[in-house]
Design a protein around this ligand. Structure first.
Ligand SMILES: [Zn+2]
Length: 397
């Protein structure tokens, strides 16, 4: 046996029943009735549904509370309440980010996630401990899960002198994305906040991903400032605005102008169908306008709240639910965001179900791919680079 596989009788997203030949971790051929090559392990897919690996393009592996017992959440409603509460909890419980991100990675793999972009808190209190723990996990799982690390100033950047220097150390040591956070609402100096973020991006040649919870016209102003800097730096295609709540809170004419800015500068919007009563960006409106989109689970069972789980089929369901998307073609659109949309953001040019793509594949029971979003059956088999990493809903690495 040479590790090569022939997966027979599966139904690809948007396609008919087919077989997949996998050689050297990549898809060598996909089509009906492929011939059996010598020394190949045959897997009978039994007519199951085939997805490309799921892409969680926005999560926080350093601070999940998975496995630490139930955390009774009594946090206040303001963003700053949540940030303060989390820092206090981290002090009191000495959360080990290597252990926690390992638990998170295993659950993600079990549900068919093959790629993660994770934000790691960097501040003058935790310093680089969270970052170092997640970097160890990135290395531990290098053959089972792609983990891209964002240097993220969760507690604010300019308001906490010393934070920028710590972020620089992370960017020099393996973080490949620089994160920003509410340039007006948290740092209260949007132009300078964004100048520092884009300055770090240029210096270390890394992508940008900015958490933007700012509402209405305040957030829209931040979108304009981000677009200006994206253009000035020639960073088209390398910038994500995460949440972008403001896109749900401006009038139609202003939204149209903001969409034009996003398109001109090839800026991606990450939306995850958040809970809450505020209007959120219409995933369908943005997608149909041609705005690049990705999604992710955000924080998993952490001090911010217990509602998220590391399952991208559940995430797809939640986005559909929050956006009132009921038609099959609409739910297929969300599946595209949770797979191909995220892969583009993470820069994986070998992603997909075509010959030559890396064999990152998920097989599940079900009649249609949309039905799998609703039923969310255990993942029957998950392959990463042609290697089995989960079986019957359990991580096996
Ligand atoms: Zn987040």
């Amino acid at each position: 046996m040479n590790g090569d596989l022939l997966v027979k009788n599966v139904r690809a997203l948007g396609g008919d029943a087919c077989d997949i030949q996998i050689q050297d971790g990549h898809i060598a051929a996909i089509g009906p009735n492929l011939s059996v090559l010598p020394d190949v392990t045959i897997i009978d897919g039994g007519g199951r549904l085939l997805f490309p690996g799921f892409i969680d393009a926005h999560t926080h592996m350093d601070k999940t509370l998975l496995g630490l017992g139930w955390y009774r959440n009594e946090v206040g409603s303001l963003l700053t309440d949540k940030i303060e509460n989390e820092r206090r909890l981290r002090r009191e419980r000495a959360i080990d980010s290597h252990q926690q991100s390992t638990r998170h990675a295993r659950l993600a793999i079990a549900t068919g996630t093959t790629h993660i972009r994770t934000f790691v808190d960097i501040d003058t209190e935790v310093e680089l401990r969270g970052f170092e723990g997640v970097m160890r996990t990135q290395d531990d799982f290098r053959d089972a899960l792609d983990i891209q690390v964002v240097a993220f100033p969760q507690s604010g950047m300019l308001i906490r002198p010393g934070t920028v220097e710590l972020m620089e150390t992370a960017l020099a040591n393996g973080a490949t994305v620089v994160g920003g956070l509410d340039p007006s609402a948290i740092d209260r100096d949007p132009a300078r906040h964004l100048d520092v973020i884009f300055g770090l991006a240029e210096k270390y040649d890394v992508d940008v991903d900015i958490h933007l919870h700012e509402p209405g016209e305040l957030g829209a102003f931040s979108v304009e400032l981000i677009a200006e800097r994206t253009k000035a730096l020639g960073y088209q295609g390398r910038v994500v605005i995460s949440h972008a709540i403001c896109l749900g809170g401006v009038d139609e004419a202003y939204l149209g102008r903001l969409i034009d800015l996003l398109l001109e500068n090839d800026i991606t919007i990450m939306s995850h169908g958040p809970s809450g009563l505020r209007p959120v960006p219409s995933v369908k409106r943005l997608y149909e306008a041609g705005v690049r989109m990705c999604t992710g689970n955000d924080g998993i069972r952490d001090a911010w709240g217990p509602l998220n789980m590391p399952d991208m089929l559940l995430r797809t369901f939640l986005i559909a639910y929050r956006n009132n998307l009921r038609r099959d073609d609409e739910i297929e659109m969300v599946l595209d965001i949770a797979t191909f949309g995220g892969a583009r953001v993470l820069g994986d040019t070998t992603y997909g179900l075509a010959p030559g793509c890396r064999a990152d594949l998920v097989l599940v029971d079900g009649e249609t791919h949309v039905e799998a979003v609703i039923d969310r059956p255990p993942r029957w088999l998950v392959l990463k680079g042609g290697r089995v990493v989960a079986r019957a809903g359990e991580c096996v690495v």
